[in-house]
Design a protein around this ligand. Structure first.
Ligand SMILES: [Zn+2]
Length: 421
């Protein structure tokens, strides 16, 4: 179906209302909330054909967090066939990024000791670990996986969890933070399922820091709460959150003077979770910044942020200053990128995000995926989108897109309080 062209703020509110109604219809004829169950974890399969001819005994297998200085893994094990000659430790914070560390034998205790976890790791990420052992008769053995956590024993934190998410937040932040994030994730579960085809295969973690007293986050990520100055006609931004693929978690930076927990949960948290879905889905989400961030914004669920994005994109287009999509940077990449996904899914069907995600997951380049879904070459789509935003012409400046880093800052919105959704 077609949507009204965005000419004035009033139109935007109407356009958004139409989108919400489309969303409600979609719920009626596909999966219902009862059908969609998040996975709390994906257990690694038990090793098979394991241990050779020896019988292996594990007396002790522990992890001790020494946040922010990593942690110590200790193993006390024996093989019936001979002396253990090597011990290799594996650990991971999510199901897809595996780390390893070589252990040393402590001659006095007879235990294997390995140090792991890099200094740029936030507290409270999962630490799932196992060992691979070899004895001097040539047998090898892989232990079962143990699940632990990179705990912060230096101070008290708040913690809450549901089937959708685990939340850790600094003690001085609002007490309702956990429940609000849990509710936002529950409200969005169905949408994630509809738009990605499956839920995350692990339970993500939100680790929320105080953006106004950055003592704690500075322990492992100095300077992350700083303000990024705007340039040109771009809006100055502050980092609302970020994630990298290896954590299975994302970092939220909460500023009590600018946000309330509802805005934070529905705008920032769900945006970051969108990136986790991108990672799980593979493919080249990061090939263009506006796709990576516009898509993450599309995963958020905060009406005033969506309105802001549509307004802003429309303003830039109408002012004649909208660059080619590939050239979008800063907050404009979020706003125009969101607007593109909003427009695209409105025009080519409520399942077009799902189709897009599945094509990307199969290795199709994003522009080719848009083309396969719409039957139109991307420049044609981009031109139509520009006109829809209110640009006087569908002509686009052409330049080669630059690759972007897979480190995701989130926007926050102008420093005024926005109404609750
Ligand atoms: Zn982002």
């Amino acid at each position: 179906m077609s949507q009204p062209r965005l000419k004035a703020p009033l139109w935007i509110a109407c356009a958004l209302l139409i989108a919400l109604l489309i969303g409600l219809n979609a719920l009626g004829n596909t999966a219902t909330a009862q059908d969609v169950f998040p996975q709390t974890s994906t257990p690694r399969p038990s090793p098979t054909g394991n241990g050779g001819s020896a019988t292996w005994t594990i007396n002790e297998m522990t992890f001790a967090s020494e946040y922010p200085n990593g942690g110590t893994f200790t193993l006390d094990a024996a093989s019936s066939a001979g002396k253990i000659t090597s011990a290799l430790l594996f650990f991971q914070h999510n199901p897809s990024a595996r780390n390893r560390a070589i252990a040393k034998l402590d001659e006095t205790t007879g235990k294997w000791i390995a140090h792991g976890i890099s200094g740029d790791t936030p507290q409270w990420v999962a630490v799932d670990y196992w060992w691979q052992l070899t004895d001097d008769a040539g047998n090898t053995y892989q232990t079962e996986t143990k699940n632990d956590v990179y705990s912060d024993t230096r101070r008290e934190w708040n913690h809450a969890e549901s089937e959708d998410i685990e939340v850790y937040w600094e003690k001085q932040l609002p007490a309702e933070m956990g429940d609000t994030i849990i509710q936002a994730m529950r409200d969005r579960r169905e949408w994630y399922y509809q738009n990605w085809g499956q839920l995350l295969k692990y339970r993500p973690r939100a680790i929320v820091y105080d953006g106004e007293d950055d003592t704690v986050i500075n322990e492992w990520s100095p300077g992350s709460t700083g303000v990024n100055p705007g340039f040109g006609d771009r809006v100055a931004t502050i980092t609302g959150g970020f994630t990298t693929q290896k954590f299975g978690a994302f970092v939220g930076i909460y500023r009590s003077s600018r946000q309330d927990p509802i805005e934070f949960a529905y705008a920032i948290v769900l945006h970051e979770v969108g990136h986790l879905y991108q990672y799980q889905n593979g493919g080249s989400w990061g090939s263009e910044f506006w796709i990576q961030e516009g898509d993450a914004e599309f995963n958020a669920n905060y009406k005033s942020a969506s309105n802001f994005a549509l307004n802003r994109a429309s303003q830039i287009a109408q002012s004649g200053k909208l660059p080619a999509m590939a050239e979008l940077g800063g907050l404009d990449a979020y706003n125009v990128g969101y607007s593109f996904f909003y427009w695209f899914t409105g025009k080519f069907g409520e399942d077009s995000h799902l189709k897009f995600a599945q094509l990307i997951g199969r290795g199709v380049r994003p522009r080719d995926a848009f083309q396969q879904i719409s039957g139109q070459a991307f420049p044609e789509l981009e031109g139509t989108f520009r006109l829809w935003l209110g640009a006087s012409s569908g002509d686009i400046p052409t330049k080669v897109p630059e690759p972007t880093m897979m480190m995701f800052p989130s926007p926050t919105f102008p420093p005024t309080k926005t109404p609750k959704p």
